[in-house]
Design a protein around this ligand. Structure first.
Ligand SMILES: N[C@@H](CCC(=O)N[C@@H](CS)C(=O)NCC(=O)O)C(=O)O
Length: 212
């Protein structure tokens, strides 16, 4: 039995859930926050979410979990085998987890996390400075998507799922991508968000967040 731990608002938790859903794997999802509790540290040594157990095996970190799942459950693979494609998929996963996350999910945290977890109002100056950086990531992705439906090999990979997880936060915040400036990125994100399993998970998350 697979059990995934971590609040669904986390983009890293969402990334793993997208892979579990794509692979049609049965799993239990336990909504927990990050924690330094010794019991948690046994499964997630940095105390971060997500972490996952598969029967008696436990592992943490979204990218590591996805690599594990892809190796163990081969259906609908998300990690390419060919070296250049593998490197490209890993690079975009890294780019999404760092640069894109720092900007988009940084704003999401200010808007929703700061009031909920830190008991303070969102800092509009922080939000503004992050919004000013949208063009940096948009320009890069626009160029990388030229003539492509997906980022690697014309098929859905971890690269796209990782970005979909961040862009779900972007759209949930009410932002839009200006298709006149970034036509490739606008079309790409629209296609991603309209994939059935992604749409279904985002809808499910909305219900989970209402009772959160
Ligand atoms: N590289 C990790 C990052 C996970 C992460 O930073 N999770 C956040 C929640 S979105 C967390 O647990 N933060 C608590 C902490 O940093 O102590 C992954 O991909 O899973």
């Amino acid at each position: 039995m697979i059990t995934l731990y971590g609040f669904s608002v986390s983009l890293y938790v969402r990334k793993v859930r997208l892979v579990l859903e794509l692979k049609n794997l049965a799993y239990q999802h336990i909504m927990v926050p990050p924690s330094q509790d010794p019991e948690v540290l046994l499964k997630s040594p940095l105390g971060k979410i997500p972490y996952l157990t598969d029967n008696n095996f436990s592992i943490s970190d979204s990218s590591v979990i996805v690599h594990y799942l892809d190796k163990k459950y081969a259906q609908n693979p998300v990690i390419p085998q060919e070296p250049h494609s593998l490197a490209r998929a890993m690079w975009f996963d890294e780019y999404s987890d760092t640069k894109v996350s720092e900007i988009i999910s940084g704003i999401f945290f200010e808007r929703f996390g700061a009031p909920k977890f830190l008991g303070r109002e969102p800092d509009e100056a922080i939000i503004k400075s992050k919004e000013m950086q949208f063009p940096v990531i948009f320009n890069y992705l626009e160029e990388q998507l030229e003539g492509k439906k997906f980022l690697v090999n014309e098929c859905l990979t971890l690269a796209d799922l990782s970005l979909a997880s961040n862009f779900a936060n972007f759209f949930n915040l009410g932002y839009e991508i200006d298709a006149t400036q970034w036509p490739n990125l606008a079309k790409y994100t629209e296609n991603l968000m309209n994939l059935d399993f992604i749409k279904k998970l985002i809808e499910q998350e909305k219900m989970e967040m209402e009772s959160f």
